[in-house]
Design a protein around this ligand. Structure first.
Ligand SMILES: Nc1ncnc2c1ncn2[C@@H]1O[C@H](COP(=O)(O)OP(=O)(O)O)[C@@H](O)[C@H]1O
Ligand SMILES: [Mg+2]
Length: 261
């Protein structure tokens, strides 16, 4: 398997993602919902950042601003010195959501290929093969989504997000709908895939364990409107130890204390 390391867009150095004083409100002034307030964060090139916070606090909104899908009400955001929208237009952002939203009539392989068609490009069959191989789907890629398990569907979504070798990988509770055993297994898979490719990654999750298992750094957000309560650097080598490791437990505890504060 020839996993290719992700590279930052050329000539942009190590700056990565830089959000400054980001705020987002929905609706008109009188009835406004303040989803995100004054969030500044940086993600270095090839860093894995996890964001945890209570449900409804504004995590998806923050991620959508990073993806260029939502315009901040105030504040600025740059991806290697450019706007998220520019990066998105060049198909340099890969995203995975809780719902994989696969085309039901197409095989898993076709679903990955479809990224190219949607971008108006000719499918790179070698890359499609590599991406499917990376997520362990080579022998099952002929199945259609309804014939595949939930875990396989999320692997397909991950392959689809990675196939065009994105500079930025955005994961919004990608395993949130899976059972605990599948979820744990896919965490291990994601760690392996990420280590092979090393795209700059932002993961949103409800699970503190998942965040600590996968990320270099964990950002703990408050209730809505989302502000940053604490940033915890994960002091664990890769591959990561088991959940029984003492440093792992200590780091999880530190994040939980920040959440509960
Ligand atoms: N498009 C929208 N229009 C209006 N309100 C929204 C929209 N998207 C999200 N919200 C509101 O913003 C708040 C934060 O939502 P969201 O970012 O989805 O939170 P999280 O991902 O942390 O659960 C919620 O109160 C939600 O109802
Ligand atoms: Mg959300």
């Amino acid at each position: 398997m020839t996993a290719r390391k992700a590279s930052a867009p050329s000539g942009e150095g190590e700056a990565g993602i830089h959000g400054q004083a980001l705020s987002k409100s929905y609706g008109s002034a009188r009835r406004a919902v303040h989803a995100v307030r004054d969030v500044s964060l940086k993600v270095r090139s090839s860093e894995f950042l996890a964001i945890i916070g209570p449900s409804g606090c504004g995590k998806t909104t923050l991620l959508r601003m990073v993806a260029g899908l939502e315009t901040p009400t105030s504040g600025t955001i740059s991806c290697w010195g450019r706007s998220p929208a520019e990066l998105a237009r060049e198909h340099r952002i890969g995203m995975v959501f809780q719902d994989p939203a696969l085309l039901p009539w197409a095989s898993l392989r076709r679903n990955v290929e479809f990224v190219y068609r949607a971008a108006g490009r000719r499918p790179d069959h070698e890359r499609v093969h590599e991406a499917l191989d990376l997520v362990g789907l080579t022998s099952l890629a002929h199945l259609r989504p309804h014939e595949a398990s939930g875990g396989m569907r999320q692997r397909t979504a991950l392959a689809r997000a990675l196939v065009m070798e994105p500079s930025l990988l955005l994961l919004d509770e990608p395993f949130g709908a899976l059972d605990a055993i599948t979820r744990r297994r896919l965490n291990g898979e994601l760690e392996r895939v990420w280590t092979a490719v090393r795209p700059t990654t932002v993961l949103i999750t409800h699970s503190v364990e998942e965040a600590v298992m996968l990320a270099d750094r964990v950002v703990v957000m408050s209730d809505r409107p989302a502000t940053i309560l604490r940033e915890v650097t994960v002091p664990l080598a890769r591959p990561r130890p088991t959940v029984l490791d003492e440093t792992f437990r200590d780091t999880v505890r530190e994040c939980m204390e920040a959440l509960d504060a």
